[in-house]
Every structure is written in structure tokens, then in C-alpha cells.
Design a binder for this molecule. Structure first.
Ligand SMILES: *[C@@H]1O[C@H](CO)[C@@H](O)[C@H](O)[C@H]1NC(C)=O
Ligand SMILES: *[C@@H]1O[C@H](CO)[C@@H](O)[C@H](O)[C@H]1NC(C)=O
Ligand SMILES: *[C@@H]1O[C@H](CO)[C@@H](O)[C@H](O)[C@H]1NC(C)=O
Length: 484
């Protein structure tokens, strides 16, 4: 009855992690009415490994999984499944999970996830003291997924000190905010891509707000940071006044007795903290976690304890042939566990509680700046729900302006086309059959989805033709064909 999907997964893994997050939220959920208890949900497609773990009849692979978002949704929809989520996946799913979605174990490895901190020279007492000072940013490229939201958390506080930046003549929200940052700080270094996937705009902004690249040295913002958090501290020591870095790098930095008397931690509430008195962090990333539907919590924990007990002691498992994987190796493949990973079962706790104990989940209300939103028109409840996932994913990733999802009155695409035409909405998915109506109403296509699903391929994203291209730039990652 149920068919295994062809392997359309690997391809998506190539996509930039931020875009992948967005992609995940848009993945079509294929209904699975099989109620067989006990499924392991993974986006790794490996039939041999699945056949192998099915032998003991405790858990089998969930079918029709296109992305880990499907796994989260399955568990939210009370299917008896478990899955390992990456921290940002868990962070997103927490916004939508009922209390039946339960965290049952943590997956740790030698290197713990990042914890961001801000350091400043000893003169520091409050954010205002940083005016005209030299700012050292680590850039946006890191070994682990660190969202722009997290990397811009400190900057956001600085920008909000300026209560008039929304009135600046700049056309886009992105530029307004960069303008505020640039006018606040003196010569600074904020290397890497300011704008995703648009080198021309990126270069133009770096020219307009060149003080933000001045402190990087002769290569300006093109400087390539090999170890970004360390490099930000080097920038700090070589004339900078304030830097975003990680706690582990800061601790090493303060091991040097000169630094401990010259610098302090900047806390998220703006207060300084002397390193001798401890530290304060902006964001502490979570570990990977195992989530499970509530009714199978015990079963999942027993299964992990029983079958992955020796996990830590395994040395580089070598697979003899792809058709005869040993049981534990098969589990490792499906759960993407490497030798250094250790699974620790914990007292079961709802995902929402687990996540909100560890991180602040960004809200639309606190992250809408200058009243700017991308208004996304949806036709029905299902599309509205999907839009809300995308809205939260974009928010978590730090994309601006925020998306605002609104269901149109008449529940049909023509009504969305009219909303866009009348300026009530900005963007909508439109079936290609409505293309003619759309273009007659002066709308244009922002993107075509790139997908293996034939039904989806007939959908386009429509925006007002008169929409200034520059205005769309801030929204570009959202209308990039790769996303849909
Ligand atoms: C949790 O699951 C139970 C059945 O296992 C169900 O009756 C209940 O409605 C679920 N709660 C939520 C909030 O979904
Ligand atoms: C606020 O930002 C605007 C431009 O973005 C800038 O011109 C202005 O000087 C800033 N005001 C303060 C007090 O920094
Ligand atoms: C600090 O320095 C001591 C001695 O040089 C060293 O043993 C320790 O590991 C260092 N701590 C950090 C966090 O680097």
C-alpha cells in the first residue's frame, strides 16, 4: 500500500543551511495512515539499514519522509515515532509542538555547541558607551550552523538605541539597519556576506557603509576568517573595543592575565560583568536531541539504551558490504551518529519546555522593525499552517523583514491576486493556471519552485510587478527558486 519515495534527499543537503531550514518547512507532508507502533524517523534513505533494524520488530523506518520536518510533524500528529533533531530543527519544531512531543535523550559529542558572548574594553558600562567605538564581528561563516539571528543579536540591541533610523531615506529595511549600525560604530570589521546570494548589492552596501569594513585590514570585509571567533578576538586585541565571540574562546582569551584586567563581558541586558565574577552569554545552543511521541517514551529510551549502549566505545565502524550491515551500525547510519557521539537518556520532558528553558524563541512582535513585513497571502487553513512554519523558520534564521501570513477572505487564488494588486499582500503561491489572471493584474513571478513533486512544480510565487527590485532584496532568500 505504501510506497517508498525515490531518494530526493541528498540533493537538498547541498543547499545552504539557512535555505535548507526554509526548504524543510515547505516540504510537503505525505500522509501516512499506517498505525504500526514504533517508527524511527530519519531523512537518511538507506534501505539496507532499514531492513536490518526492522528484523527485531521493535522499530522500523518511517516511510515517505522528505525531511526532518516531516518527522517533527509526524510526532506532533501523534504518530508513534522517534527522531534525532539538530538543534535548529528542534528550535523550530518547539514553536508548533504539543506537549506530546517529548525529549527523551541528548546526543553529545566532544565539542559542545557554541555559546555566544560579547566582550568590551574595561571602559564599558552600558551599550551607549560603545558609540563611535570599534566593533569586531566574527562574520557569518562558521563550522556549525549559527543563524544570522544569533550572529546579529548584539547588533540588534545597538540598532534599537537609534529611535529614528526607520525614517532614513534608505529603501530597504536591511539598509536602514546597516545605516544605523554604521553611524553608531567607528571603524569596524564585519566580514563576509552581508546579503545572501547577491554579490552586487553586497558590494554596494559595503561601499556605502565602509566604516564597517575599515578595521579588517587591507582586504576589508573580503578578509577570510579561518577561525572566526578567534579572529574576532584578534581584531579586539589589535585596536578593537567590542567583539562578538564564543564563550570557549573568551575563556581562553581571559586566561591571559593582561586581558582579564582590560576587558569585560557585555551582558544581554547591557550590563558589564568582570571575568573574575563569571560570565554572561547571549545564546547557548542546544545539543542534538532525541524526540519521541509521548506514548512510546519508555520504549524509545529502552531501545536506545539497549542498542546503542556501546556507542562510545566503537572505533570507526567499517561496513563490509552495503547489503549486510550489522544492527548497531545500521542504527548509527540512520541516526547519523558518529563514533564520538554519546547518547544520554534524560528525564522525559515536553519539547516546548525543553527548548524554552534553553533559548528565547523569537516572536514576530518583538522582531518586526520599522513596521515592515512581507505579507504572504494564503488560501486555506493548510496553506496558512505551512506559512506559519515558514514564518517562524525565517524569523529563527534572522531573515528580515519578517513574514506575515494572512489567509485571504474568499479562499481562492484570485482573491490573493487581488490582494497583491491592491497592496494588501506582497507574495503568494499561485497555481500556474492562474498565471494569465496574475499577469493581467500586473503581477509577476518571483520564483518557480524546484521540486521533484509534479503537483508542486505547477506553482509560482507571484508578486506585484511594480515592486521595486531593491525592495525585494531583503526578501531575496525567500523568493530564491532554490527555496521552493
Ligand atoms: C496527546 O496524546 C493523547 C493521546 O495519546 C491525546 O488524547 C491528546 O489529545 C494529545 N494532546 C495534544 C495536546 O495533542
Ligand atoms: C540613526 O540612524 C540614522 C541612519 O540610519 C543616522 O543618520 C543617525 O545619525 C542615527 N542616529 C543616532 C543618534 O545615532
Ligand atoms: C589556562 O591556562 C592554563 C595554564 O597555562 C591551562 O592549563 C588551561 O588549560 C588554560 N585554560 C583555558 C580555558 O585555556
Amino acid at each position: 500500500m505504501l510506497q517508498r519515495k525515490p531518494l530526493a534527499i541528498k540533493e537538498s543537503k547541498m543547499i545552504h543551511p539557512f535555505l535548507l531550514l526554509i526548504l524543510l518547512t515547505l516540504a510537503i507532508v505525505v500522509a501516512d495512515f499506517d498505525n504500526h507502533p514504533g517508527k524511527l524517523c530519519t531523512d537518511i534513505s538507506n534501505k539496507d539499514a532499514c531492513d536490518n533494524i526492522e528484523l527485531d520488530q521493535t522499530f522500523e523506518c518511517a516511510e515517505n519522509v522528505n525531511s526532518m520536518t516531516d518527522c517533527a510533524l509526524n510526532i506532533i500528529n501523534e504518530k508513534q515515532e522517534f527522531a534525532i533533531l539538530q538543534p535548529e530543527q528542534a528550535f523550530l519544531a518547539a514553536s508548533f509542538a504539543s506537549d506530546n512531543v517529548t525529549v527523551v535523550a541528548e546526543v553529545t559529542t566532544e565539542k559542545r555547541p557554541y555559546r555566544t558572548v560579547v566582550l568590551a574594553r574595561i571602559f564599558y558600562n552600558s551599550f551607549k558607551d560603545l558609540r563611535n567605538k570599534r566593533f569586531c564581528h566574527p562574520g557569518f561563516k562558521h563550522d556549525e550552523l549559527i543563524t544570522r539571528y544569533v550572529l546579529q543579536e548584539f547588533e540588534a540591541k545597538i540598532i534599537e538605541l537609534n529611535n529614528s533610523y526607520c525614517q532614513s531615506a534608505a529603501q530597504t529595511l536591511l539598509e536602514k539597519r546597516l545605516g544605523a549600525l554604521s553611524s553608531f560604530f567607528g571603524p569596524s570589521c564585519r566580514p563576509g556576506e552581508w546579503v545572501i546570494d547577491d554579490p552586487a548589492l553586497d558590494a554596494a552596501l559595503k561601499k556605502s557603509y565602509s566604516n564597517l569594513c575599515e578595521l579588517c585590514g587591507p582586504e576589508k570585509c573580503n578578509v577570510i576568517y579561518q577561525e572566526p571567533f578567534q579572529d574576532a578576538l584578534t581584531c579586539l586585541r589589535n585596536g578593537g573595543d567590542v567583539a562578538v565571540t564564543s564563550l570557549s574562546h573568551a575563556l581562553k582569551f581571559f586566561n591571559d592575565s593582561n586581558n582579564i584586567d582590560d576587558f569585560v563581558y557585555v551582558c544581554p541586558d547591557g550590563r558589564p560583568k568582570k571575568p573574575r565574577d563569571g560570565h554572561c552569554t547571549f545564546t547557548e545552543q542546544m545539543e542534538r536531541i532525541v524526540i519521541s511521541e509521548r506514548s512510546i517514551v519508555e520504549k524509545t529510551q529502552n531501545y536506545l539504551n539497549l542498542n546503542l549502549a556501546k556507542h562510545k566505545s566503537l572505533n570507526g565502524f567499517v561496513r563490509q558490504s552495503r547489503t549486510s550491515l550489522p544492527f548497531e551500525d545500521s542504527l548509527e547510519v540512520l541516526l547519523e551518529l558518529s563514533d564520538a557521539d554519546a547518547i544520554t537518556t534524560i528525564q522525559a520532558i515536553p519539547l516546548k519546555a525543553y527548548v524554552s528553558n534553553r533559548r528565547n524563541i523569537p516572536s514576530i512582535s518583538k522582531n518586526t522593525y520599522c513596521e515592515e513585513t512581507v505579507n504572504w497571502c494564503t488560501v486555506d487553513t493548510k496553506e496558512q499552517e505551512k506559512c506559519l512554519w515558514m514564518q517562524q523558520a525565517a524569523l529563527n534564521a534572522g531573515l528580515q523583514p519578517v513574514i506575515h501570513c494572512a489567509q485571504t477572505k474568499d479562499k481562492d487564488p484570485i482573491s490573493c491576486i487581488n490582494d497583491i494588486k491592491n497592496g494588501k499582500s506582497d507574495v503568494a503561491f499561485i497555481d500556474v493556471d492562474y498565471g494569465y489572471s496574475a499577469s493581467r493584474s500586473g503581477l509577476t513571478y518571483a520564483a518557480y519552485p524546484e521540486t521533484y513533486n509534479k503537483d508542486l512544480a505547477a506553482i509560482v510565487v507571484a508578486v506585484r510587478a511594480v515592486t521595486n527590485v531593491v525592495n525585494l532584496k531583503g526578501k531575496k532568500s525567500l523568493v530564491n527558486p532554490k527555496c521552493f
